[in-house]
Design a protein around this ligand. Structure first.
Ligand SMILES: *[C@@H]1O[C@H](CO)[C@@H](O)[C@H](O)[C@H]1NC(C)=O
Length: 353
């Protein structure tokens, strides 16, 4: 220290040190073997597996870690795996910290969703986070979707490029479902809001649903429309779930749901929706990361679905609306011209499903 000023280190040594430091920095995220989930959202205590969930398929491919506070789901040649909440809920806030399989994962689908397909076969409701695996070097893609009353002919998909690598670490993915709106979140940021409108009718989910988490082989469609199938040379594909959190209203599907409104009030779900100070963050995320929007898919919906608004903007609510010029006629994001090398050869189809 005292003699520090008297001689400066040789430039080569400085350069070497910088290279070492840089290498360390680049490597740091890879030490994600024991990645820690971020702190729980909204101060709600996550439930251990046995307290609130049950395995639904996949025999040996579901493993519990840390006293059931972490769930590992694997997909191999024999099967995927999945679990569901023990209860059905009429409205709630549902969240998990999820870490996706690393490396080659084409054809692999990880889903975190609400559904009542078991109870209402023909008129089921569903709210989805779906993670679509990709070939090596290409990012996972995330889509959200909303179905109501068996409206599976009318998908309401949106897809996003995540601003981080979801295989490196745990990130929170959450769904808020109230009688008035649906909000999807990535970490703290709301990324999509569907405000209930009269014209949506029963397409807005309105019957009790269970929470599900699954991993399965979606080779026929998940990656570039099925062009890249799951390759079991890279199996098992492992997804980890932590911070399984439900703040909601459990109901008996056979009973009447007259108490549900009181429960929704008590759990103050609406207060979680989209705080004013997060509207700008939501708008920014949507502008930067939305890669497909059903509201702009004129091939599929020559007339945009009612909730998209006259301007074809997106879901109701100013912060959600995206300008039509961002998208091509197939609803895919138009890449900017200065990155347009890829566009010339068929453009955004590159990213198509
Ligand atoms: C839901 O769909 C069923 C079957 O198509 C229909 O009979 C019913 O009226 C729908 N519910 C509502 C609330 O629109």
């Amino acid at each position: 220290m005292a003699s520090g000023a008297s001689s400066s280190p040789p430039p080569l040594a400085v350069a070497a040190a910088a290279v070492v430091l840089l290498a360390l920095c680049l490597c740091a995220p890879r030490v994600g073997v024991d990645a820690r989930p971020p702190p729980p959202l909204h101060g709600v205590r996550p439930l251990a597996f046995d307290e609130g969930y049950a395995q639904i398929f996949g025999s040996g491919n579901l493993a519990l870690l840390r006293d059931g506070r972490r769930v590992r789901l694997a997909l191999d040649e024999s099967t995927g795996a999945g679990f569901a909440s023990q209860d059905l809920f009429l409205h709630g806030f549902f969240s998990a910290a999820i870490k996706l399989p690393a490396d080659y994962a084409a054809g692999v689908v990880v889903a975190f969703y609400l559904s009542n397909g078991d109870v209402y076969e023909k008129t089921h409701d569903e709210l989805d986070f779906e993670f679509l695996g990709n070939v090596r070097g290409r990012e996972w893609r995330v889509q959200t979707n909303v179905y109501g009353n068996g409206s599976t002919h009318a998908g309401r998909e949106e897809r996003y490029d995540l601003p981080f690598d979801p295989t490196d670490d745990f990130h929170h993915y959450s769904i808020l479902w109230t009688s008035r709106r649906i909000v999807f979140y990535v970490d703290e940021t709301p990324i999509r809001e569907v405000v209930r409108t009269p014209s949506m009718g029963a397409a807005f989910p309105s019957k009790p649903m269970s929470l599900y988490a699954t991993i399965w082989d979606g080779s026929s469609w998940a990656t570039l429309g099925g062009r890249y199938r799951a390759n079991y040379k890279y199996a098992p594909f492992v997804a980890e779930f932590a911070d399984l959190l439900i703040r909601g209203c459990a109901v008996d599907p056979a009973a009447d749901h007259s108490t549900a409104a009181a429960c929704e009030e008590r759990t103050s779900l609406e207060s979680l929706a989209v705080p004013a100070e997060q509207r700008a963050a939501m708008a920014a995320f949507r502008r930067a990361h939305t890669s497909y929007s059903y509201c702009h898919d004129r091939r599929r919906y020559p007339v945009a679905l009612s909730e998209c608004g006259g301007g074809g903007g997106g879901d109701a609510g100013g912060a959600g609306r995206l300008p039509g010029r961002m998208f091509g006629p197939d609803g895919m994001r138009q890449r900017r011209r200065h990155r347009g090398g890829r566009r010339a050869g068929g453009g955004s189809q590159d990213d198509a499903m």
